[in-house]
Write a protein that binds this ligand. Structure first.
Ligand code: ADP
Ligand code: ADP
Length: 224
């Protein structure tokens, strides 16, 4: 079966992580979240974490040269060979170009860039109510996506916390950064015929059904 190499694009809080969790089970794809990788590095106090922390706290992007190597190495590991779902990368044009080149060098290519589209006011509501589990960052929401037991992750039982960068002033900064540095990637992937848009304002299940149908069609087209 052909491999699915997919990017999830969209503003912070669009629901990329929520959808990635569901899709990795449907299609047996490796979920690579740069945000989760960076937060783990900060927690462990590695060199990567030390370089990234101040940028993350301010809601800015960590420099391209810090993150590009991490991702290009990750995609060469054994568990990424049957397809991947990139969540939070690329976020700048140099990152997108580096990914294109790295895949090209490996004789692989992207299947699609899925844009999970939601307006700014929805982003602010979603991020201010977001809670994530301490262990793996599984996302929940105080109104729309509550865990079965208060403050406990359904998947791994760890405690739910609010991310420091989900406070309102940092959320505004992250949105600004998205609009300036990441939104131009919509045209970048559209020009390459890879962009697929998904209305991210619907329920998580509706968004999931739409993406699943899109990916199933892409896989079929690839096999024909
Ligand atoms: P991202 O990875 O794009 O930053 P998340 O998947 O963490 O976004 O989702 C952001 C917040 O919005 C979380 O609190 C999540 O539970 C909630 N959420 C995700 N998808 C939806 C949806 N379709 N409708 C309502 N809330 C959602
Ligand atoms: P969100 O839930 O808002 O989509 P992430 O968890 O993906 O956020 O990212 C959190 C922070 O990690 C970002 O604000 C940024 O500082 C850093 N980060 C994550 N991915 C990248 C990337 N590809 N390039 C630069 N910085 C990144």
């Amino acid at each position: 079966m052909s491999e699915l190499n997919v990017i999830l694009l969209g503003p912070p809080g669009a629901g990329k992580g929520t959808q990635a969790e569901r899709l990795q089970d449907d299609f047996h794809l490796l979920h690579v979240s740069t945000g989760n990788m960076l937060r783990a590095a900060v927690e462990e106090g590695t060199e990567l974490g030390r370089k990234a922390k101040a940028y993350m706290d301010r809601g800015e992007l960590v420099p391209d040269d810090v993150i590009i190597g991490v991702i290009t190495d990750r995609l060469q590991e054994e568990d990424a060979q049957d397809g991947f779902l990139l969540d939070g990368f690329p976020r700048t044009r140099p990152q997108a170009e580096a990914l294109e080149k790295a895949l090209d060098d490996l004789g692989r290519s992207l299947t699609a860039a899925l844009l999970v589209d939601v307006p700014d006011d929805v982003v602010v509501r979603r991020l201010s109510g977001r809670r994530v589990c301490q262990k793996a960052g599984h996302p929940y929401h105080v109104d729309t996506n509550r865990p079965k037991h208060d403050n406990v992750c359904d998947i791994d039982g760890s405690r739910l916390i609010q991310r420091d960068d989900d406070r309102e002033e940092t959320v505004r900064k992250r949105l600004e950064v998205y609009n300036e540095q990441t939104a131009p990637l919509i045209d970048f992937y559209d020009e390459r015929g890879l962009l697929r848009r998904v209305d991210g304002t619907r329920t998580p299940t509706e968004v999931h059904d739409h993406i699943r149908a899109t990916l199933a069609t892409l896989r079929l087209e690839d096999e024909i």
